[in-house]
Design a protein around this ligand. Structure first.
Ligand code: ADP
Ligand code: MG
Length: 394
């Protein structure tokens, strides 16, 4: 499980190909709108430049579908990276072939080069062996720091590792060690909190975590389907009718495993998901016919807070209400604050959950906020991520 770290190989003077996840949102002018992912890769880049490596960065951006597309060029990313690093970043317009080769040949120790969007090549997503070999030719060592892309078996995330010594960057290491420890050897009690809109997005996570946790809290839209399975009236709430039976089975499994499963006991309901809605609180069993559940209620918050306070490890994926709208944000924010105060190892996964924790103002109080949405979900499902599997064992 443990993977070899970039800290444990000799990098001085080496050409190091680093797969990063610079798949950042751009604004209307094509500038980087959120540089979180670029910042997350800085420790590895700085480490390498500091030790006199020649750093060759490769990333994807958006979905150009295997064709050159000016909207997805990495020039704005190079620009932002240069500002953050405080040293020049050279950008080339290709990933393989003569232009990168010439640029790399002219690199000084400690230099940084960014290749063009690797998804301009159809071979990337096909994990084409020839293409992986051409990427490998550019370097002496491969470092994967793109946890967010590790659930994809692509040429730059997996294939290339066949042809070069392959190790984990610091971000990758942090992600797999923290998530890995939670799943294999957590400090107990181990609590998972699952929410978000739909059960169907999180079935695999729910099933896998039921094998590991001591307690499981289910909130958000997901809870409605579980409440329905318990015979509650849900009004117009989002319920996945075809998942009610599954929810019942998962609750039975929790019972067999001795996992404490907590559902909301009260709900914040409104006539519509509207920022100007006039919500009210009702018992979870009786949502009135025309109303819909959009957040957990205050009594649920109290009970969930007590469960969080007892936990030593908490993994949280999925907001507990429609936190994007003020009337339905309290449940999610209160639980975010409870995690921040818990003293437990707290791991947050999922793009919307990370945004909620940020909005609650407690992001810096979490042990770890995973940078990989899809990748962290697959990890929590217990799947082997191809980008992780391709790295050398420690
Ligand atoms: P993540 O990105 O963290 O994995 P999801 O994408 O699964 O989370 O779910 C986030 C979405 O779930 C949010 O947009 C939120 O508004 C929505 N949501 C939460 N609770 C409810 C609810 N009761 N009804 C409808 N949508 C909900
Ligand atoms: Mg989401």
């Amino acid at each position: 499980m443990k993977k070899k770290s970039v800290a444990n190989v000799d990098v001085t003077g080496k050409r190091v190909l680093v797969r990063v996840d610079f798949n950042v949102p751009l604004d209307q002018n094509g500038n980087v709108a959120d540089d979180t992912r670029i910042k997350a890769a800085l420790p590895t880049i700085r480490y390498l430049t500091g030790r006199g490596a020649k750093v060759i960065l490769v990333s994807h951006l958006g979905r150009p579908k295997g064709k050159r597309d000016d909207r997805y060029r990495l020039d704005p990313v190079a620009h932002r990276l240069q500002e953050l690093l405080g040293r020049p970043v050279k950008k080339v317009d290709d990933c393989v072939g003569e232009e990168p080769k010439a640029a790399i040949a002219g690199m000084e120790r400690g230099g940084v080069l960014l290749l063009e969007n690797v998804r301009f090549y159809p071979e990337e997503e096909k994990n084409d062996e020839k293409f992986a070999r051409r990427l490998a030719e550019l370097a002496d060592l491969y470092v994967n720091d793109a946890f967010g892309a590790a659930h994809r078996a692509h040429a730059s995330t997996a294939g290339v590792a066949q042809f070069l010594p392959a190790v984990a960057g610091f971000l990758m290491e942090k992600e797999i060690n923290l998530l890995g420890k939670a799943l294999t050897d957590p400090e107990r009690p181990f609590l998972a909190i699952l929410g978000g809109a739909k059960v169907s997005d999180k079935i695999g996570v729910c099933e896998n975590l039921l094998e590991k946790v001591d307690a499981l809290i289910i909130g958000g839209g997901m809870a409605n389907t579980f409440l329905q399975a318990r015979g509650c009236a849900l009004g117009k709430s989002l319920v996945e009718a075809d998942k009610v039976e599954l929810a019942g089975r998962l609750m039975a499994k929790a019972g067999e495993k001795g996992v404490e499963l907590l559902l909301p006991v009260d709900l914040v309901v409104a006539l519509a998901p509207d920022p100007d809605a006039r919500p009210k609180v009702v018992p979870a069993a009786d949502v009135p016919a025309e109303w819909m559940a959009l957040d957990i209620g205050p009594e649920s918050v109290k009970i969930f807070r007590e469960t969080v306070a007892k936990a030593r490890t908490v993994v949280w994926n999925g907001p507990l209400g429609v936190f994007e709208m003020a009337p339905f944000a309290a449940g999610t924010f209160e639980i975010a604050r409870a995690l921040a105060q818990s003293g437990a190892v707290t791991i947050v996964g999922g793009g919307d959950t990370a945004a909620a924790v940020e909005k609650a103002g407690v992001a810096d109080k979490m042990t770890h906020i995973s940078t990989g949405g899809g990748a962290s979900l697959e990890f929590l499902e217990g799947k082997v991520l191809p980008g992780v599997a391709a790295l050398q064992d420690a």
